[in-house]
Design a protein around this ligand. Structure first.
Ligand code: UDP
Ligand code: MG
Length: 317
């Protein structure tokens, strides 16, 4: 395989504190890989400003003027991390490259692992997923919820390695497939494992965030998780059907029991407690099931509107 033109795509949202040092570090990585003759000299950085309200875009523009290795794209407003990732991948594809590595702007992910990604690519992998060695930098709550999420996704039949991140390399072939997907809510971690191209894993170390603060809160993480589940699995819908079946069997049994009580034991006026408990139970169950259906309805609603995934304000070439 011939050595690739590599694009490094970086989503940035209010990252004025780290974007400059991040660009310096990534240029160092690019230069190192060029010196080792592992990538083409027309490889580049592609920074996606996800509608930052601070000086992030000013800094990116200035860096672009200084060094043409730095390219960028600015969203008109904040569209969220997944959209910024997709824009990074598809934008770099448009610019012309053989593979793209996505990495976060805070460089919590060890940027020197990119060389290992390239090695796997040269061995024929189309998707190389970064998996963290540990979650030591996360809080206990984030660690456990993340683990539960990945396990749950695996149970639902979506194959994502536990502790995968959005640090990955994808080949031009994988990008061409992504470009064919019209859906707006692509959950990248699921997507690149599903398309059926050759997958490899690279382990990397996570560092604490040096500058700025995390842009994710629990609500946005729950949103990401729900989107991942509803856009990749219909198992929750099947669970409703199975639950409904067992509830029906249970209700028939209960009905028989009530009839026996009434006609043979003559003890029926008692049992208010049972009624109240059952009402509450079924009320809760129905709401729960409706909630699941609501999730899918939301997914259909978003896709059916077929709104553009994002709107670009400017692009630096
Ligand atoms: N990010 C983004 N749009 C958003 C939120 C985050 O592009 O609405 C970017 C952010 O700039 C960073 C990456 O997504 O490059 C990961 O975010 P962060 O480091 O805050 O998340 P964490 O590492 O805490 O999960
Ligand atoms: Mg981070």
């Amino acid at each position: 395989m011939k050595k690739p033109t590599l694009a490094i795509a970086v989503p940035c949202y209010n990252e004025e504190l780290c974007v400059e040092s991040t660009v310096e570090s990534l240029i160092e990585v690019l230069s190192d890989l060029m010196a080792k003759d592992k990538i083409n000299p027309d490889s580049f950085l592609y920074l996606v400003d996800d509608g930052s309200k601070d000086k992030t875009w000013d800094i990116i523009s200035r860096l672009h003027e200084k060094n043409n290795l730095v390219k960028g794209l600015k969203f008109i407003r904040n569209f969220g991390n997944q959209k910024a990732h997709i824009a990074g991948l598809l934008g770099a594809r448009e610019m012309g490259c053989d593979c793209v590595v996505s990495i976060d702007a805070d460089l919590q992910q060890d940027q020197w692992a990119i060389e290992k990604f390239i090695d796997k690519y040269m061995e024929g992998a189309d998707v190389v997923s970064g998996v963290r060695n540990s979650r030591d930098t996360d809080t206990f709550l984030k660690k456990t919820t993340a683990l539960c999420f990945y396990k749950f996704m695996n149970i639902l039949g979506v194959n994502i390695p536990v502790n995968q991140s959005d640090y990955r390399l994808v080949s031009k072939k994988a990008l061409d497939i992504l470009a064919m997907y019209p859906e707006k809510q692509v959950f990248l971690r699921g997507f690149f494992n599903e398309i059926g191209l050759k997958n490899e894993i690279v382990y990397f170390d996570v560092k604490p965030r040096l500058q700025g603060e995390s842009k994710f809160n629990y609500m946005s993480l729950i949103g990401l998780a729900l989107n991942g589940i509803t856009s990749f699995s219909i198992t929750p819908l099947r669970i409703i059907a199975v639950l409904g079946f067992f509830m029906a069997v249970f209700a028939i049994g209960l009905g028989v029991e009530v009839l026996i009580e009434k006609y043979f034991l003559h003890t029926s006026p008692a049992g208010w407690a049972t009624i109240i408990v059952l009402m509450a139970f079924f009320g809760g169950l129905q709401l729960f099931c409706m909630g699941i259906i609501g999730e899918y309805l939301g997914q259909v609603y978003r896709e059916v509107k077929a709104r553009p995934r994002y709107i670009v304000e400017t692009e630096l070439k």
